[in-house]
Design a binder for this molecule. Structure first.
Ligand code: BES
Ligand code: ZN
Ligand code: ZN
Length: 489
């Protein structure tokens, strides 16, 4: 999609989108539009309240107008949501040229609005049917000659470009998470990373099984024992030109390409959803790509331990004691608590090898997080109040909510093993997300600024794109927002 910025309304534009807030100027604005369009103001007032994502369409000669409601006091998340929904729902009525008028109702923060508009309009072009033999008709804004014009009095080009750049990677990540496990083996995630690193200029190393054995990532290997496919350990590093004066951030993502539960096998009903158990890895891959593409001034390390969790005669069994890269031994009570095992090696490797200033992991880790927050927020755990606050604020801004839960030491009880250093599950159906976080904490080598995001409820969710749950790319925008703030403060 080509982008151009203008500072006057283009009277010749054939399709114009006019986003409108529910503010005190709305009645007056609607009056003016009604008069200009030759319709009775009373009708427009009745038909359009500017609720979020509400649309009023009007045609005047060749020109076509869409009023898009943003609701009251819209921020980044609300603007983005409305634009994404508009772009998706009205694709039949759009063409390759779209003008967005940000003058009629000037946003409070024009840069932020421009980024959200560009991001939302582009995300709305996403089509989920990658494996259909008959291709669905292309969204006009996704075509090669698509051109988006933003009309604003402000300097918003860079922000709009950022919105588009983020959306492009988010859609690549949608494809990755929506792909079934037979089309995305751990080695495929590795290949994705290598290709991305080559395109956007960051370093990628993908370890094969032999290197993983030689290095001693025993917990990753234990989960992989039951799989017909080899594991992969992906190491990414993005160093900005001139280095980063603020330090280094490591992000670690759970890359389970399919979670059957292993011998502690899951019930059949929702097992198909477990192709999304690499949602944490997806967030890390997407954030690395986006940060490199935007050339953010922050030094990043991305780590993705990846394997399938499957069933086999060789599979790890409940009661088995396994080793880990950290040297700690782990009693496997439940083979379905596999994410924390591979993260244990990923986290310890990130800390020991790279000494990051900040350590963040993302994982579709527990059903408990889903029972706690439903599908609306990720569970946040942190041993550092400032980091917890910064992540919460970043999430609020971009519409990816996180809410903090405690990791008090009273919960250490849950990971105490009689025969090994730790166990991977308490055996009780209580405080599951916290127990998992306490387990991870045992593998961060006392790092003083660690945060864990349990994204089980938000990585794969309902949306306008599909009748079933599908990928959200949760975490990319939040991490990018956090990285930007980290670099600028
Ligand atoms: N991948 C699942 C968690 C999950 C559940 C993600 C629902 C997305 C939606 C994880 O590996 C798992 O199975 N966790 C178990 C742990 C338990 C056995 C200690 C869980 O939460 O039930
Ligand atoms: Zn599991
Ligand atoms: Zn899992």
């Amino acid at each position: 999609m080509k982008l151009s910025i203008k500072d006057t309304q283009d009277l010749n534009a054939d399709t114009t989108l006019i986003p409108l807030d529910q503010n005190s100027a709305l009645p007056e604005t609607l009056n003016r539009l009604a008069v200009a369009w030759g319709i009775a103001p009373a009708i427009l007032h009745k038909e359009f309240k500017a609720d979020n994502s509400e649309v009023f369409a009007h045609r005047k000669g060749e020109a076509r107008y869409f009023l898009l409601g943003l609701g009251k006091d819209p921020g980044y998340a609300e603007t983005l949501r409305a634009c994404r929904s508009f772009s998706h729902k009205f694709k039949q009525k759009l063409n390759a040229q779209l003008t967005v008028d940000l003058l009629t109702c000037p946003p409070r923060n024009p840069e932020q609005a421009a980024e959200a508009v560009a991001n939302g309009l582009l995300l709305g072009t996403y089509q989920i049917g990658a494996f259909k033999s008959e291709k669905t008709e292309e969204h006009p804004l996704a075509s090669a000659d698509a051109a988006l014009t933003l009309v604003s009095g402000e300097n918003i080009a860079k922000a709009a470009r950022t919105g588009m750049a983020v959306a492009e990677t988010q859609m690549r990540i949608f494809d990755l998470v929506n792909a079934p496990s037979n089309k995305k083996l751990p080695t495929d995630l590795g290949a994705w990373a290598i290709e991305s690193g080559r395109t956007y200029g960051y370093r990628v190393e993908v370890w094969d099984k032999k290197k993983i054995v030689d290095t001693g990532l025993h917990a990753l290997l234990a989960v992989n024992q039951g799989s017909a496919f080899p594991p992969a350990f992906i190491i990414m590093e993005y160093v900005p030109e001139g280095g980063s004066p603020k330090g280094k951030i490591a992000v670690v993502g759970k890359g389970v390409t399919f979670d059957t539960g292993g011998l502690s096998i899951k019930p059949a009903a929702n097992m198909h959803l477990m192709k999304s158990d690499m949602g944490g890895a997806a967030a890390v891959l997407g954030a690395m790509e986006t940060a490199a593409k935007l050339k953010l001034p922050v030094h990043l390390i991305g780590i993705v331990p990846s394997t399938e969790n499957s069933v086999d005669a060789l599979a790890v069994k409940p009661s088995d004691v396994i080793d880990s890269y950290s040297g700690k031994t782990i009693e496997v009570i439940d083979t379905d608590a596999e994410g924390r095992l591979i993260l244990a090696d990923g986290l310890f490797y990130a800390v020991r090898h790279f000494q990051p200033d900040i350590l963040i992991d993302l994982a579709t880790l527990t059903g408990s997080a889903v029972r706690t927050f439903g599908y609306h927020a990720a569970a946040l755990f942190a041993n550092n109040d400032a980091l917890a606050e910064q992540l919460t604020k970043a999430g609020d801004k971009v519409g990816e909510r996180v809410w903090r839960l405690p990791i008090w030491d009273v919960y250490k009880e849950d990971i105490k093993s009689d025969i090994a250093d730790v166990r991977n599950y308490s055996g009780r159906p209580t405080a599951g997300a916290i127990g998992a976080a306490k387990f991870l904490e045992a593998f961060i080598d006392n790092h003083p600024a660690w945060a864990h995001l349990d994204i089980a409820g938000v990585a794969f969710n309902d949306s306008e794109f599909a009748t079933q749950k599908s990928a959200t790319a949760f975490g990319i925008r939040l991490l990018i927002e956090y990285f930007e703030n980290f670099a600028n403060n």
